[in-house]
Design a protein around this ligand. Structure first.
Ligand SMILES: Cc1cc2nc3c(=O)[nH]c(=O)nc-3n(C[C@H](O)[C@H](O)[C@H](O)COP(=O)(O)OP(=O)(O)OC[C@H]3O[C@@H](n4cnc5c(N)ncnc54)[C@H](O)[C@@H]3O)c2cc1C
Length: 438
């Protein structure tokens, strides 16, 4: 790393969420001066859990915070999909040694605040990162090869470049893509975090479990060294309905999930209150870059949560952007074009695959039976093969990790995703879910 910054004017990052902080860390580690502007009064994350695929851990390793994130994570044993109506197991993906060997990192569940804190600590340890709260980006103007960033309140910052990591309602996006507020998806989420003692004993599984029922699904997994359990229950409802972290009573929630059998309903009856969220979504767009301004994470490619990859994609974006800026030696317009070219298809595939997965989870009637039949008896290897495209870290992420053994070379310009993509074909004997704790 060079001693003095490579850029006189900072790269401004709008938004200090997981994506924005990871980007700041990646750029600063490559010698760039960065200013993160966060609109909130303090840096922080929602009090809820998150699933992290091995591809996210490759990013944490590349940013030097892997051990910190792993310290607080729970390394679950499988990904489970249960039929919420019949109670039978439909999909079971082992996250075992074979999985870790194949993907080079584990799958884990953790608290959002723990990831955020690890990234924040990383940024605070680097003098080239300036972190500002109470700083809302209101607009920007291209100035030569740089950008004038305008804050709410009138202040202007002369920046070398601007990265919009400002989430779903991105101000920066509104100037580049101009597609208005993200429409409500019709997916209403009810969230709760439970103390481990409150979790029904029969459901204290070492897995990320999803109960799929017509129009609904319920997800639960352990958190923070098994002290907590995360619960997210989703129902597809009226698109017009809103919701942004309001309290919702069991009386509102329970009837919506009544098609589920007793075991998941036992869990649903446990929280005294839920937090209500309407999920929002945008279809993929072909461009999110304009000169020295680009987007990252949810601002660029918001996705429904079915693949549990939104934050993982924001993290991959961050490293890709930093590597591209490094390779272009601070020519940000060129770097951002390269970054977008590398990220576009992979992130759009996650957005579109998530929609399809949602239909599969919410299947009703005969379609539900057909779904269960399709997945019955698949082998672990066939699941791992099917997940290869998503969990295998892209070459530019692996190449960014100075400690990775046998690092893969950075890809040629046109390659945007791994070549080895297959569909699930083989079958495996059915197994009961593991209840063993780690
Ligand atoms: C129910 C649910 C479950 C999910 N589960 C998973 C999962 O298991 N795994 C996974 O990988 N992903 C998951 N996701 C997706 C994940 O939460 C998001 O994709 C991820 O948080 C996006 O990060 P981000 O940094 O791009 O945006 P955000 O986290 O939204 O951060 C944006 C930041 O920008 C700030 N900001 C906004 N506007 C401005 C402005 N104008 N100026 C300055 N600052 C601004 C905000 O205050 C915020 O701090 C889930 C999402 C949902 C809804």
């Amino acid at each position: 790393m060079t001693r003095s910054p490579r850029n006189d004017r900072p790269v401004v990052i709008a938004g200090g969420g997981i994506g924005g902080l990871a980007c700041a860390l990646g750029l600063a580690q490559r010698g760039f001066r960065v200013t993160v502007l966060e609109q909130a009064h303090q840096f922080g994350e929602l009090g809820a859990g998150i699933q992290l695929g091995p591809n996210a851990f490759h990013v944490f390793d590349a940013l030097g915070v892997g051990p910190l994130v792993k310290r607080d994570a729970v390394f679950i044993e499988r990904l489970l999909m249960m039929d919420g109506v019949s109670g039978e197991e439909v999909i079971s993906v082992p996250l075992d040694a074979a999985f870790r060997r194949r993907f080079g990192n584990p799958y884990a569940v953790t608290h959002r605040a723990d990831i955020h804190r690890a990234l924040l600590e990383g940024c605070r340890g680097l003098p080239r990162v300036e972190l500002r709260t109470h700083a809302k980006v209101a607009g920007f103007a291209q100035e030569g090869r740089g950008v004038s960033v305008q804050l709410d309140g009138g202040e202007r910052i002369a920046a070398a470049a601007l990265v919009g990591a400002d989430g779903l309602y991105s101000q920066v996006r509104s100037r580049i893509v101009g597609d208005g507020d993200p429409p409500a998806s019709g997916h209403m989420c009810y969230r709760a975090v439970l103390a481990a003692e409150a979790m029904p004993k029969e459901l204290r599984w070492a897995s990320a479990t999803l109960w799929a029922a017509p129009n609904t699904h319920i997800v639960h997994y352990p958190l923070r060294g098994w002290k907590l359990f995360n619960l997210v229950a989703t129902v597809v409802r009226d698109r017009a309905m809103g919701g942004h972290n309001e309290e919702a009573s069991p009386e509102e929630v329970l009837p919506l999930f009544a098609k589920n059998c007793e075991l998941p309903m036992q869990l649903m009856r446990t929280p005294k209150a839920f937090r209500r969220w309407m999920l929002r979504f945008r279809p993929p767009v072909a461009n999110w870059t304009q000169g020295a301004v680009t987007l990252l994470g949810d601002a660029a490619h918001p996705t429904l949560q079915y693949m549990a990859q939104g934050a993982c994609m924001a993290l991959e974006d961050a490293v890709c952007l930093a590597v591209a800026a490094d390779a272009a030696d601070g020519d940000f317009p060129a770097a951002f074009q390269r970054y977008q070219a590398l990220r576009l298809v992979r992130t759009a595939r996650v957005q579109l695959s998530s929609i399809m997965l949602g239909h599969l989870f919410h299947a009703d009637g005969v379609a539900r039976l057909v779904r269960n039949e399709i997945y019955r008896d698949r082998t672990p290897a066939s699941y791992h093969q099917a997940l290869e495209w998503i969990y295998r870290a892209p070459d530019y992420v692996v190449a960014a990790n100075p400690k990775a053994k046998g690092r893969r070379k950075p890809p040629p310009a046109r390659r945007t995703q791994p070549k080895r993509i297959r569909t699930m074909t083989a079958r495996k004997p059915k197994r009961a879910p593991s209840k063993r704790r780690r």
